[in-house]
Design a protein around this ligand. Structure first.
Ligand SMILES: Cc1cc2nc3c(=O)[nH]c(=O)nc-3n(C[C@H](O)[C@H](O)[C@H](O)COP(=O)(O)O)c2cc1C
Length: 155
């Protein structure tokens, strides 16, 4: 279940409850070619769609930045698995918050392979959370506004 079906399902589910959004960055521990990342995302989409999880994964030369959105327990359960995944390390949470709607509702998980210069800009847009893990007080621009321009149509 992808694309339109996933979006309709997500919207129906979302109308009554708050959602959770988490953004992290990490470094690959093994060599990842484009085909490896695509294979990872193909498998992830099956799980994510069946757990009403959406988001986008950016990849550039061994670096990941992923947005995960969905019901809080579902996001946290997946993130716990992702953190244990030996294919990457230095997993650093950059944003986590309750949100009213999904920023990337269209995919079980979008994929964007970006040049390293673009990846560096994405990291600058979304600095790591302060050490206490608390979100900062100042209002922050929406993830969609920050990231959407860099999402290529690589589904
Ligand atoms: C950077 C990165 C992002 C990942 N994103 C997802 C994801 O969105 N959904 C998913 O099911 N697995 C994702 N995975 C794979 C999980 O870490 C894990 O391998 C998968 O959930 C299967 O876990 P299990 O064998 O413990 O059930 C990702 C892995 C990496 C390295």
């Amino acid at each position: 279940m992808l694309g339109g079906d996933c979006e309709k399902m997500a919207r129906r589910q979302d109308s009554t409850r708050m959602l959770y959004s988490l953004v992290y960055t990490s470094q690959a521990t093994t060599r990842f070619g484009a085909a490896d990342v695509q294979g990872l995302v193909e498998r992830a989409r099956v799980y994510n769609a069946s757990h009403h999880l959406t988001g986008v994964l950016f990849y550039s030369e061994g670096q990941f930045l992923q947005v995960l959105e969905g019901e809080q327990t579902a996001v946290k359960a997946l993130f716990a698995k992702i953190q244990r995944d030996p294919r990457h390390h230095q997993v650093q949470v950059r944003r986590e918050e309750m949100v009213r709607r999904r920023e990337f509702p269209y995919w079980g998980m979008g994929l964007s392979l970006v040049p390293v210069g673009v990846f560096t800009r994405l990291e600058q847009f979304i600095p790591p959370l302060p050490g206490d893990g608390m979100a900062r007080e100042a209002p922050r621009p929406s993830l969609r506004g920050l990231l959407q321009p860099f999402v290529r149509q690589q589904r």
